[in-house]
Write a protein that binds this ligand. Structure first.
Ligand code: SF4
Length: 524
């Protein structure tokens, strides 16, 4: 067996930043799978160097040289960064591989720039690439297991990659943790809605937490489960078995349907400090928010009451919404969200513009069929820099007016003050202020306002938003050039654009499964 020198790059972000929120939180947002891949590669006898890029490192200096294989993990917003890095390394003779959400959502495009593109990745799938490890150009090999892995290496094994990453966090260190994959709910826009719910082993959770307590005085963990606590009692039993109540602080995304008062009491006892329920819409998705058929203002009142109940037990709450869903029409959904902000001042609303991430969700096929998906470069697909689905019930100007109005309202000093007063604990109070004045609050108002102005003044922007041209307006090209910095010169030709209909046009269903992987790796 050839002993490979392997580099692993976890792209938490797409380029250099100075944002305060990024400084505080990016090191806490590392992905778990790159660490898992690192463990599996070492288990196979290969040497691994690991870099988690948070936007503050000199990427060109930190990237390992003289490696045989480079793994990159990226969300779609970091795709252009990833493509440039892959090109740089391929020029140096390195074989490159891409995993993570972008690889799952846009495998056809990623295969143009990487030798291997991973869908669901278990150890056997990884092994097939390690054994093969050679260039596949001009089109890379797409590999996927038939489903998500049954188990993942625990904290004990991943610690060597976790420790240097969280050491970059200046104030608050948060360790990534996972107990399950997939979700039993079927929110049509969500990448996890089509992945079967699967716990990864409750004994592992206990062991992970026990181990962590030997490393950090009072650990904080962020659960990467798509929906934390689906098997609620099993989760709480596993946490309670790891030590005295509250010995670890927990942050998790969980649906309101899980957050009943008895559950909240047990979560409080066990140190759950932050929770991020998805509300998404005032007219739809009532099952996950436990509001059934309630709609409109009735749902607002019920959810606000529920959120205020949660606040009695859990100090930090972020409520997630999607703006521009097909059920939305006119000013009402935005006004309802403002009423929610009034009625539940403790919650920090997280707004996402409706986006279709390639083959992430079956709903995207409908958008593609209807010709509503715009070819915005991946760089802008972060739920707020651009919206790549034309809204069904709004023209762009009106839509942006509503979005700006809602964002301004949510991050006005009056509302920031009410949120500060309504939040009980010091760190959550100040986290909300930092988020409001940083890129997420004020920064988005600035960005949306700029886009809105350009919709009036720049005909190339108007035409692009209306789908009349695929020529990317200079405003967006300049932004990518600035964000990529020295990597811009390595961006391969054609890598700014992609086929937004690739999912619809694919006939083979995307990935080959393991049984077909070897055949697909051979030249035709
Ligand atoms: S509840 Fe959350 S994780 Fe589950 S399908 Fe809906 S959005 Fe996705």
């Amino acid at each position: 067996m050839r002993r490979l020198r392997i580099g692993i790059l976890d792209l938490v972000t797409k380029g250099p930043t100075r944002a305060l929120w990024a400084r505080v939180m990016h090191p806490n947002m590392a992905s778990i799978m790159p660490q898992v891949v690192g463990v599996w590669c070492e288990e196979e006898g290969h040497s691994v160097s690991f870099v988690c890029y948070t936007g503050f490192e000199d990427l060109m200096a930190e990237l390992p040289r003289n490696i045989d294989l480079l793994f990159v993990s990226a969300f779609s917003q970091a795709a252009q960064t990833a493509y440039a890095i892959s090109n740089l390394f391929r020029r140096r003779g390195t074989v490159t591989a891409l995993g993570g959400p972008h690889a799952r959502c846009y495998p056809e495009d990623a295969a143009l720039y990487f030798d291997y593109v991973f869908g669901f990745t278990d150890k056997a799938t990884l092994q097939s690439a390690l054994d093969d490890c050679r260039p596949h150009r001009p089109v890379g090999v797409r590999l996927s297991a038939e489903h998500q892995p049954d188990t993942l290496p625990g904290m004990r094994q991943r610690w060597k990659f976790i420790e240097p990453t969280i050491a970059k966090a200046p104030a608050i260190q948060i360790v990534p943790m996972i107990g399950s994959l997939g979700c039993p709910y079927t929110c049509s826009f969500c990448i996890d809605s089509t992945v079967d719910y699967q716990p990864l082993g409750f004994a592992q959770i206990t062991d992970d937490l026990k181990f962590l307590r030997t490393k950090l005085e009072r650990p904080r963990v962020a659960w990467h489960d798509p929906n934390f606590g689906v098997r609620f009692n099993d989760y709480m039993d596993a946490i309670e078995a790891a030590g005295p109540p509250g010995c670890v602080d927990h942050i998790a995304e969980s649906s309101l349907s899980i957050l009943s008062e008895p559950h909240l009491k047990r979560m409080q006892r066990n140190g759950v400090k932050a929770i991020l329920p998805g509300i998404e819409s005032w007219y739809d998705l009532g099952n996950k928010s436990k509001t059934g058929a309630q709609r409109g203002m009735d749902k607002v009142r019920q959810v606000a009451d529920h959120v205020n109940l949660i606040a009695r037990y859990i100090p930090y709450i972020q409520t997630n919404f999607v703006l521009g869903l097909d059920v939305d029409q006119g000013a009402e959904p935005f006004e309802l969200t403002k009423r929610f902000v009034d009625l539940a001042p403790v919650a920090l609303p997280g707004y996402s513009l409706l986006s279709a991430f390639g083959r992430a969700a079956p709903l995207n096929l409908e958008y593609q069929r209807a010709g509503r998906v715009l070819p915005f470069p991946f760089h802008f697909l972060n739920n707020n820099s651009a919206m790549n689905v034309r809204p069904r019930n709004y023209d762009w100007r009106t839509f942006y007016d509503y979005v700006i109005d809602l964002t301004r309202y949510t991050f006005s000093w009056r509302v920031i003050g009410r949120r500060f007063a309504a939040t009980r604990e010091t760190i959550p109070k100040w986290m909300n202020v930092v988020r409001a004045v940083s890129s997420e609050g004020f920064g988005r108002v600035r960005h949306y306002t700029t886009v809105r102005r350009l919709l009036d003044t720049d005909s190339s922007i108007q035409a692009y938003f209306e789908g009349e041209t695929n020529t990317l307006p200079g405003f967006f090209v300049d932004k990518i050039r600035r964000d990529l910095g020295p990597l811009w010169e390595f961006l391969p030709e054609g890598a700014l654009s992609h086929n937004p209909l690739a999912y619809l046009e694919s006939t083979a269903g995307g990935f080959v499964t393991m049984s077909g992987a070897r055949a697909a790796a051979e030249p035709a």
